[in-house]
Each structure stands twice: as C-alpha cells, then as structure tokens.
Design a protein around this ligand. Structure first.
Ligand code: HEC
Length: 440
C-alpha cells in the first residue's frame, strides 16, 4: 500500500477527471488535424490553389501551440496526478505494459519531430516530400492513440488477461476495437471543429467558405460515426459494466442525456456552418468547443463510473486493494492478509498512534480507515464534490454504530463498492466514524 493523496473537498479522482477531460481536446486534435491538413494541402497542389496554403499554415500553428503546449502539459499532468492518486494502479500498468508505453513514446517522438519538420520546411522542400512528412505525422499520431487506447480499454475490461496475465490478451480486450473506432471517428469531428474556427479568421472569404464547408462535412461524418460506435461500445461492455450503466444511483439519467445533447448541438453547428459558412465566427466556434468539452466530460465520467469498484477491472479496487491477485503472474491478493492483520497494520503509512486499534482513538482510527478505503470515491468533508461521505451516510440512515457495522459488512452488496477489508475491531472503528459523520 502507498500513502493516500488527500485532496480536500475536491477529491483526487476529480483532479484526474478535470485534467484528463481537458487533455482529450488537444490530444484528439493532435491525432486528427493532419488528416484534414494533408487532405487540403493535397488539394492545393493538385488543383493548383496556392491560396489554400494560407489556411494550412494557420491551422498547423494552432495545432503546434494548442496541442503541443497544452496537450503536452496536461498529458504529463495526468501521469503526475495518477501516480499519486493511484500509485499501485500505475505500477500495475507499467509492469504489464512497459513495452506498450515504450512503443507509444517512439511514435510520439516521431509525431513531435514530424510536426516541427513539417512546419519549418514549408516552401523549402518539394510538395511531395512535404506531403509525405504530413502523412508521417498523421499515421504516427494515430498509432500512438491506437496503443494508448489498448491500455486504457484494458483498465475497463481486461478480458482474458485476468486468467492468463498475457500482454496481448489484455491489450486486445473486448472493448478495444469499439473504443478505437469511436475515438478515431471522434477525432475527425474535433479536426472539423477546429478547422472551422481557424478558417473563420481567414481574410479571403472564398477560401474560408471552402474550408468551412469541407470541414463541416468531416465533422458531421465524425460525429455521426462517433455516436454509432458509442452504441457498439456499450454493447461490447462486460456484463458487470453494463449492469452499472443501467443503475441510476450511479449514473443519473441526465448524464447520457447531456452527452447526446452535446453531440446533437455539435451536429447542428456543423450543419449551420455548412449552409452558412459566414456564420462561423470565433465566439460561436469557441462555444461549440466548450459544449463539446461538457459532452466529453460526461462521456468520460460514464466510463469511469462503470469501471467501479475497480481501477483495473476485476483486478484492483479503486482504493488500491487487490482482492484476488493474479495467479498466472504469481501475484497474491491482499484481502485475506488485511482481514487477519488489519488495514491499519497492513498499510505502512499510518501514524504510529493509530496502528493498534485497542489503544487508538476510535474515531481517529475510523477516519484513517475511511481515508484509505473510501476516499478514492468519496470526499470526507460534508461540502466535498465527490459523493461526500457525510451525505451518503445520512442517505443510508447510518445513525447508530450497530446499523453502520451491518452496512459495512455488506458494502459489496452494492455492485459499485469494494468489500470492506480489515478486522472486526477496525470495522467497529469505521462504523463509529461514520456515525459521527451522520451528525455533521
Ligand atoms: C470504488 C468506489 C467506492 C468506494 C471505494 C467506496 N464507495 Fe461508497 N459509494 C460509491 C458509489 C458509486 C456510490 C453510489 C452513490 C453515488 O454514486 O452517488 C456509493 C454510495 C455509498 C453510500 C450510500 C449508500 C446508499 O444506501 O445509498 C454509503 C453510505 C457509502 N457509499 C459508504 C462507503 C464507505 C463507508 C466506504 C469505505 C469503506 C465506501 N463507500 C467506499 C463508490 C464507492
């Protein structure tokens, strides 16, 4: 076990959610933009329309600044935040997929080099070479996404890996292909959206109109295909995840509605500018990007919630406890040991006075247990942003210690919560702590 990263009020999970949702825009732009770019550049050379190059230079500059500054910063931010929020989860990912990450970084380096070479060789190399550099970027960045998607979908549905522990069994898991197709379609919608914003700032109106109409068609196709593959993705979910998707206590009905509404708004925006390219001004364009961000945040939050109670499906709980281990790789589960020696003893980062439950302050010990076992999904403050525990405790009516103990005893009767791990005395301490929250 590692120390718990305490983020007051907000909760560590939301820190990651915010960084990761933001990251989706620059990262999907980085993987998609060059497909549109190469398409337009090719047209410019083939049909001898050098005026189109004005757009390309601007578009690439936006990409360089937005994706390669904000995208890189937020990408590194995810690593840092995850490493402290879920150190054991990250460790498991690295131990299983170190060669996956290595391969991904190779393609990422190709991507970074290619975009600088592309940008600075404008007009300095022949057209064909320049187009090839663009294509190298486009393909390299898509491959890096295809690799990351393997590892991310593994966390939701590790499939046969749970019995074999083999690299490719986890990589090509049941939700891999639907997710890859969904993200590939989605990236075209993002490319279209940004192209429209950039084209709206062009001086030559006929160039702007041309780009906007083409970009909106890419956007419409991308958005429709994303919706389609989202459906396929839902079908491909393992049964427990599908069950969670249907539980309104976990995913309020409004969340999928927000996702659909955001996509409908996006689609409508593409249609509007297709009909009236002149309306593609900066303000509605940026607004469309913000709406997209809300939709993305909601969609990603669904993915996070249907993975509960796990951070790596079926293998590691969100609170970093590994219930059953992975015999194929000789990894033992934690539960049996924790139940016999106690979580306060098992976890090395507990203040000395709290280790032995008989002599410890009961409420403090209970609070420490809640910190270790519950705070990955519940903030402990009443005004917390993430399922604040005092509110939950009140909702469940845990007003007496007996009552609370019984509740803790069948925590895993809720399909989205891990079972309690610890000794009987620790259960009692946690119960006392929960009851103290009831009055807060
Ligand atoms: C893997 C994430 C996760 C962990 C860890 C977790 N919970 Fe929960 N808990 C949830 C979710 C999800 C809900 C459903 C409510 C919601 O989403 O708003 C919930 C609901 C609750 C409720 C309300 C139940 C009801 O009857 O409505 C209580 C009480 C609660 N949790 C207590 C705890 C305690 C105590 C711990 C630590 C021992 C804990 N939880 C650990 C995810 C978690």
């Amino acid at each position: 076990m590692y120390p718990v990263w305490q983020v007051p009020v907000m909760g560590s999970a939301l820190v990651i959610a915010f960084i990761a949702s933001f990251h989706i825009l620059p990262s999907h732009l980085a993987t998609s933009a060059f497909w549109f770019n190469v398409y337009v550049e090719n047209k410019a050379y083939k049909e001898n329309r050098p005026e189109l190059l004005e757009f390309i230079k601007k578009y690439v500059l936006v990409l360089l600044i937005f994706s390669f500054i904000f995208g890189s910063l937020s990408g590194v931010g995810i690593w840092y935040a995850l490493t402290v929020a879920a150190p054991k989860g990250i460790s498991a990912l690295i131990h299983n997929y170190v060669w996956g990450w290595a391969a991904e970084w190779v393609f990422f380096i190709i991507e970074v080099l290619a975009i600088y070479v592309y940008y600075y060789t404008f007009g300095r190399v022949d057209n064909k070479t320049h187009l090839t550099i663009g294509l190298i970027y486009a393909i390299g960045s898509w491959i890096s996404m295809a690799i990351i998607t393997g590892i991310m979908s593994f966390m939701l549905s590790p499939g046969k890996w749970l019995t074999t522990g083999a690299f490719f069994d986890g990589f090509f898991n049941p939700t891999y292909l639907p997710q890859l197709l969904m993200r590939t379609s989605f990236m075209f919608a993002v490319a279209g959206l940004y192209a429209i914003v950039v084209a709206g700032t062009l001086k030559r109106k006929e160039v702007a109109s041309f780009i906007i109409r083409r970009a909106s068609v890419w956007g419409m196709l991308g958005a429709v295909l994303t919706a389609l593959f989202f459906r396929v993705y839902l079908w491909s979910l393992p049964a427990p995840a599908r069950e969670l998707y249907g539980m309104s206590i976990l995913i309020p009905k409004i969340v999928p509605v927000i996702v659909v509404a955001a996509f409908a708004a996006l689609l409508a925006w593409f249609m509007v500018v297709w009909l009236r390219p002149r309306w593609a001004k900066a303000v509605p364009g940026v607004l469309a990007i913000l709406i997209l961000l809300v939709g993305v945040f909601s969609a990603e939050s669904i993915r996070e919630r249907i993975r509960k109670p796990y951070v790596i499906g079926g293998y590691m709980y969100s609170n970093q406890i590994v219930p059953a281990g992975l015999p194929a790789k000789g990894i033992q589960g934690d539960l049996a040991t924790i139940d016999s020696v106690g979580i306060l003893h098992y976890s090395p980062f507990v203040p000395a006075g709290l280790r032995t439950i008989d002599t410890a302050d009961l409420l403090k010990a209970g609070g420490e247990i809640a910190q270790i076992e519950c705070s990955a999904c519940h903030t402990l403050e009443p005004n917390g942003w993430l399922r604040p525990l005092p509110t939950m405790v009140r909702m469940a009516g845990l007003s007496s210690v007996d009552n609370a103990q019984a509740f803790i005893g069948f925590l895993d009767a809720f399909p989205f919560m891990p079972r309690f791990a610890g000794t009987a005395a620790e259960k009692k301490a946690l119960a006392a702590y929960l009851v103290s929250l009831y009055r807060k």
